[in-house]
Write a protein that binds this ligand. Structure first.
Ligand SMILES: *Cc1c(COP(=O)(O)O)cnc(C)c1O
Length: 457
């Protein structure tokens, strides 16, 4: 590599090489961190010197300090939460986005950032079965997507009854009725709180055995309803992977003039697979959708998407203008998200989708689902209890009593072959397994099962 006067060639080259070495070692490393948080914190804490230091020295030291506290979440045997491992082209594109130091706020600050989002947004809608006319915002993740989607909903349903919530706020506003399944993700509650709807304003709809909403309960609750209405549905329950009956629920809610927001952080990707698409049938009927790039699509972190079937409500609720802004008159990327300045997130999305292609996205979904079914079968064969119907990529497994399950979870985490967390489902403790990584193979499942058997026998 040629040496540059600024030293940037060497510096960036070294950083990229260290990251690549680490990523190449993921299959062999222990999955959990080698050091505790307390140890790593002690390494990081030091006085901030009065004088600065050379950049290459800082980066060498940072990389050394960081090493022990890194978790192999990007690797093939990390099955905790719902996380993927960033695709090569997507990771490299993010390195470029940071190296180029582009601001994704609008098309004036970076035509490139805005154009990449524009193109990737079209592909995403097509893959996820969302109407081509929907607006798209590139946000930090599904939490932000849910917040933005519900902000657009709040605007829309109140405008329909003649209330301008952006101008007059919620004090004295007509009451907005908000329903969600009792198995909704906790980020829905936080989004509603941030929007000024108290947590008590949420009315919970019963769910069925595998976590999907009970349509009969929704129907009963909505009977005779009048007035502003928002219903939050879900594609992909975080414990079981189950999706609500989106099509039927949307039709029902629309009979009452309501707005449907779908939290599809990872489950919405079922739409990209011809084999699993039926699980989110009718998804196109919703009014807003939240989805993650950094989970099942295997993009780098800080990548989520919000889509809205009513672009004018989306922009009216989120956009702002000030006299110093250059505006083409058309909404800009910054009018569909909460952030102003931000990283050019669209570059990694563009690159990741080009790397996979349409078949690659479908294959990623199918492959993870096939591995999940296979692992569930192997767990059952080994004598453990799988609690959920494995419809997607999530598995809940018990090892007997709650105490024994928690013991196995802890022992497995310290063993380091794989990493899974615990969850409580229908009042019982389970190990939760999520298969969301494009690199996971049947051999990784075998190694995982063998380590579990050593712990339980
Ligand atoms: C992960 C998840 C979220 C939150 O997503 P972030 O990307 O972490 O903000 C919301 N809803 C569901 C169903 C999820 O699985």
């Amino acid at each position: 590599m040629p040496e540059s006067e600024s030293g940037l060639h060497e510096l960036f080259g070294k950083a990229a090489a260290r990251a690549a070495e680490y990523r190449d070692s993921l299959g062999k490393r222990r999955v959990g961190a080698a050091k505790s948080f307390a140890e790593v914190r002690a390494d990081f804490h030091r006085p901030l010197g009065q004088k600065g230091r050379p950049a290459d020295e800082v980066i060498d030291e940072l990389a050394t300090l960081a090493e022990g506290g890194l978790v192999s979440t990007a690797g093939p045997r990390y099955f905790g939460f719902v996380v993927g491992g960033a695709l090569p082209a997507a990771s490299a594109a993010d390195i470029l986005a940071v190296g180029w130091d582009q601001n994704g706020w609008n098309s004036v600050l970076s035509p490139t950032a805005a154009a990449a989002e524009d193109a990737a947004g079209e592909w995403l809608k097509d893959l996820l079965g969302i109407p081509a006319t929907a607006s798209v915002g590139f946000v930090t993740g599904a939490q932000a997507a849910n917040t933005v989607g519900l902000t657009a909903a709040r605007h829309h349903v109140l405008k329909n009854v003649g209330w301008d919530v952006e101008k007059d706020g919620l004090a004295g506003a007509p009451r907005v009725r908000i329903l969600a399944g009792d198995e909704r993700h906790a980020t829905i509650d936080r989004s509603l709180r941030l929007l000024g709807f108290g947590s008590d304003s949420l009315e919970l709809v019963r769910s069925k055995a595998n976590g999907e909403i009970d349509l009969d309960d929704l129907r009963t609750r909505l009977a005779w309803h009048e007035g502003p209405l928002i219903v939050c549905l879900q594609a992909g329950n975080v414990n079981t992977g189950a999706s609500d009956a989106l099509g039927e629920a949307c039709e029902l809610v629309h009979e009452y003039g309501g707005w449907v927001h779908v939290d599809g952080a990872f489950g919405l990707w079922a739409a990209a697979s011809p084999t699993h698409r039926h699980q989110v049938a009718g998804v196109e009927l919703a009014d807003s959708w939240g989805c993650d790039g950094h989970k099942w699509l295997n993009l780098p972190y800080d990548s989520g998407f919000v889509f809205c079937a009513h672009p004018e409500s989306h922009a009216a609720a989120l956009g702002y203008s000030a006299s110093y802004l250059v505006s083409s008159g058309a909404p800009e990327p910054g009018d569909y998200v909460m952030e102003s300045s931000r990283r050019a997130r669209g570059l990694a999305v563009w690159a990741g989708l080009q790397e996979l292609g349409r078949d690659g996205v479908a294959h990623l979904v199918d492959r993870c689902c096939t591995l999940a079914k296979s692992l569930a079968d192997q767990l059952t064969a080994a004598g453990y209890e799988v609690a959920n119907e494995v419809v997607l990529n999530q598995i809940l497994v018990s090892f007997g009593t709650d105490t024994e399950t928690d013991r196995v979870i802890a022992a497995n985490q310290s063993n380091g072959t794989s990493w899974m967390g615990g969850t409580t489902w229908h009042s019982k403790r389970y190990m939760r397994i999520s298969i969301s990584n494009h690199q996971t193979t049947p051999t990784d499942l075998t190694r995982t099962i063998e380590a579990l058997q050593t712990i339980t026998h």
